[in-house]
Ligand binder design. Structure first.
Ligand code: 475
Length: 834
């Protein structure tokens, strides 16, 4: 690789090249060094926070050495790279993960203790990186871990939001939102790249100019009206394994340009001109807190273009260094759209190629389509992104023209193939002729990419039958396929559940299964091993005790680790049906109340555990949280029943809490209305951590049942193909089963506080056609719960065998498998040879 350093000077560089951390002593030296210089502290004023920062800086140094090597190798080999464009990355904490992935956790733990601290305390000092909402953002984080582990040249691109997802407090049972300022203390995991800054324009107008100076032929160009700078921040992403690669997550932050508005400045409007500059920073100030919902706000479109323009600029700069012709762009670059949020990549790349680089429209369009792939994460109408033309036109006038042209050529080809089919044309058009007219981003994403995938088998079939039905007619079915989601076993087994990981290692003879998850299959050999099974049970009890402590700290409630732990943690959403779960809890409570103390003893003691955030503007979801909290208060204070049934809502669910909560489940709930949850990924995490599922046949739960055996999953409810019919039957009347009727009567009778608060929740079922078919699935849900009690109370050996068999068959759900499928099917890349 080229270097500006003269040959004769390079010896010094090599002599003093930064050495890797290998021993405890290396780490300790670096630690003290960082305390004394980077943090300007000493042993006389080093608290846990400083010790966490010094540890992180020392570990980060190690990652950076490897990061540099990885990037140099990638540049040298000049192979195709993948750019994973995700508007969200739910990374969680970095330090523990970096220690585990580099294999240094044990020596560092000892070092930290020798230095006078406890590693567990230091880990707790780190704020989560929570710049995402839920499943989609966490999936992106798991994929980054697999990219690095499997040695792919793959980067993530996203936004460095100053505020991630809000932090949730519960006050009087209600959710209250507070800002998540994760950058309060300087963030040791990011490296600001002051040398990497790109201008990004907005607004302005389109102008016709000669194609070259003096020519009569004209071309269109965009003259931007407002300019901001995109500044790069890099986050090293370590792969798993002592010598693994370190990849990059590049996040953009918006800054004012340095050019002052002199016109205003001169006329004495100093204040105004500075204010306009400061507006720039609002672009990357805050993550929109909606999950599976499109609010259509102008600032969000601005965020999207800001991020897309900066990332493409960066990608193109890197490509140009190789001096290849443009037609080779798709052989060097794969861009994956994580949902439609980065769809502007399509018109922006087309604009750069045609307007700025002078390629013909057709040449450019071929390059765009070959480069881009699109992953869809939801079929729900309210989540599909649509932008009013008015907003679009004002913010991105040239892009709108380009989209019109893309649409024009596309519809021309459609009308050739399907002459006179106006319904088809309307449905596949990028522009929705509604009032106001809108740009349908999902259609643009399908038309502008070479492959479209859903995230679980059922979901990928469904999108072909519903939202993309007509686009399938036009393009044929081969453009559409499936890559079932996966999770990284490094974070979701080794990091979250060290005791189980250790037990598994002891049987499988090492940690290899963490990078080859199919090896778990060998656990089946120990189904008859009594000692193994009793250790298995000990691990579960340990994890349940660990969670009980967290619950006590956060809610004040004491829960008993001998109870059955029934857990539902995910974003609060009507389609995920936390309301059905809490109605089930109420039903159980009423049953307990109505029987004698003797009869009560027959009940399996159980605690229902909930956690999750509601979008701040989502009224119904917030009512569900309130109901869960009111029910908790009644149940946990009822001396007649609390030995048999409790309920808790853990506030501020995030990745690091998930790592404590998930390993503690006996049962977890994945009970969405069939056909609504694209995949789900916590279902995979729970099973991998030796818990069983209660669930509908939705998303990846279908495939989990296939892999681990249907007899090991408590399935219930209507099938996806019948949901429409069931819904149609609600048109005139919703019939409540008597079980649900009883529950509603108790709520209406103020047993759980002022019933007015919950009326909208009940009315949406009994009076407003029960869109999520709670009334239809409720009895079948209760029946599945009954079966769980029976199985759990019965021969406990049977339960444990189910758990072991399930874990043994989870290999398929590794994100390594998922990423390999993307690489082969969509990106056409191979891992770099080491
Ligand atoms: C699915 N987020 C899960 C997960 O594939 C699936 C949409 C619009 C605006 C803001 N956020 C979104 C999502 O759609 C989302 O998170 N989808 C989820 O993706 C990963 O496992 O079933 O709901």
């Amino acid at each position: 690789i080229e270097s500006q350093i003269p040959l004769e000077s390079r010896e010094i560089w090599k002599k003093f090249a930064r050495k890797d951390i290998k021993t405890k002593e290396d780490f300790e030296k670096d630690f003290v060094n960082h305390v004394e210089t980077s943090l300007a502290r000493s042993m006389y004023n080093c608290d846990n926070l400083a010790a966490y920062q010094a540890s992180s800086l020392a570990i980060r140094d190690k990652l950076i050495i490897k990061w540099n090597q990885t990037q140099q190798t990638q540049t040298m080999l000049d192979q195709k790279r993948v750019y994973y464009m995700s508007f969200e990355f739910l990374m969680g904490r970095a330090m523990d993960n970096a220690m585990i992935n580099t294999g240094l956790r044990t020596p560092i733990k000892e070092s930290v203790s020798e230095l006078g601290f406890s590693l567990e305390d230091l880990i707790e000092e780190e704020p989560d990186i929570s710049i995402g909402n839920g499943g989609l953002g966490r999936l992106a984080a798991c994929y980054l871990d697999s990219f690095a582990t499997l040695n792919y040249a793959a980067w993530g691109y996203g936004i460095r939001y100053e505020y991630g997802i809000f932090s949730q407090k519960i006050v009087n049972g209600y959710q209250v939102e507070y800002p998540d300022y994760w950058l309060t203390y300087s963030n040791p995991w990011e490296i600001v790249r002051t040398e990497i800054q790109y201008p990004v324009d907005f607004y302005g107008y389109v102008e016709e100019v000669p194609v070259y100076e003096g020519a009569t032929e004209k071309k269109k160009v965009w003259v931007g009206g407002e300019r901001v700078l995109a500044l790069a921040y890099d986050f090293p992403v370590p792969g798993y394994g002592a010598d693994a690669n370190v990849n990059n997550l590049r996040l953009w932050s918006a800054r004012p340009t340095h050019e002052f508005d002199f016109a205003k400045f001169n006329s004495g409007e100093y204040q105004n001109s500075v204010e306009a500059q400061q507006r720039a920073e609002s672009i990357t100030a805050v993550l929109y807190p909606n999950d599976n919902f499109d609010a259509g706000k102008e600032l969000r479109l601005k965020q999207q273009y800001f991020w897309v323009a900066a990332s493409l600029h960066d990608i193109i700069r890197r490509f140009k260094k190789s001096k290849r012709p443009w037609r080779e762009f798709p052989d060097q670059v794969a861009i994956q759209l994580n949902d439609t949020h980065p769809t502007l990549c399509i018109p922006e790349l087309q604009r750069v190629l045609v307007d700025l680089e002078g390629l013909s429209w057709d040449e450019a369009w071929k390059i765009v389509v070959r480069t881009v792939g699109y992953t869809n994460h939801t079929v729900m109408q309210e989540a599909l992104e649509k932008w009013p033309l008015t907003i679009f036109q004002k913010l991105l006038p040239r892009h709108l023209e380009i989209i019109y042209d893309i649409n024009f050529y596309f519809l021309q080809s459609v009308s050739k193939k399907f002459p006179g089919d106006n319904n088809l044309m309307t449905s596949v058009s990028i522009i929705e002729e509604s009032n106001p007219k809108q740009v349908k981003m999902a259609n643009l994403a399908v038309i502008g990419s070479h492959y479209v995938n859903g995230v679980a088998a059922l979901h990928s079939d469904l999108i072909k039958l519903t939202i993309f039905k007509d686009l399938v007619k036009v393009f044929g079915g081969d453009k559409f396929g499936n890559v079932t989601n996966g999770i990284t076993p490094r974070r979701w087994l080794k990091q979250a559940n060290p005791k189980l990981a250790e037990l598994i290692s002891s049987k499988l003879g090492g940690d290899e299964y963490l990078s080859d998850l199919n090896l778990l299959k060998n656990l089946e050999k120990y189904l008859e091993d009594k000692e193994f099974k009793s250790k298995w049970q000990e691990v579960k009890t340990f994890n349940k005790t660990r969670l009980s402590k967290l619950v006590k700290d956060l809610t004040g409630y004491e829960i008993d680790p001998t109870f059955l732990f029934d857990i539902q943690v995910k974003r609060i959403h009507e389609y995920k049906r936390q309301q059905m779960n809490i109605f089930g809890v109420i039903y159980r409570y009423l049953q307990l109340k109505s029987c004698s103390p003797e009869e009560r003893k027959k009940f399996q003691p159980k605690v229902s555990i909930f956690a999750g955030k509601a979008a701040p503007g989502y009224y119904m979801a917030k009512r569900i949280i309130k109901l869960i909290n009111n029910v908790s208060q009644v149940l946990n204070n009822d001396p007649e029943t609390r030995e048999y049934l409790q309920c808790v809502f853990i506030p501020d669910y995030n990745v690091s809490k998930a790592e404590i909560i998930i390993p503690a489940s006996d049962i977890s709930e994945h009970i969405s209305t069939a056909g609504t949850e694209a995949s789900g990924t916590s279902n995979m995490k729970f099973v991998l951590n030796a818990g069983l599922l209660i669930g509908t046949l939705d998303g990846a739960t279908v495939e989990i049942a296939r892999e681990i055996g249907e007899e090991n999953v408590f399935l219930f409810g209507h099938l996806s193909e019948n949901v429409d019919k069931v819904r149609a039957s609600h048109l005139f009347d919703v019939k409540l089963p008597s079980s649900l009727e009883t529950v509603f009567q108790a709520i209406d009778g103020d047993v759980f506080g002022d019933s007015h608060e919950f009326k909208p929740l009940l009315d949406s079922i009994r009076h407003h056609s029960d869109f999520y078919i709670v009334s239809d699935d409720f009895n079948s849900y209760l029946e599945a719960q009954r079966l769980i009690d029976e199985t759990f109370k019965g021969d406990h050996d049977i339960w444990i065998r189910k758990c072991i068999t399930s874990v043994a068959n989870m290999g398929f759900f590794s994100s390594d498998r998922a990423v390999e499928e993307y690489a082969e099917m969509i990106w056409n890349i191979e891992p770099l040879s080491k």
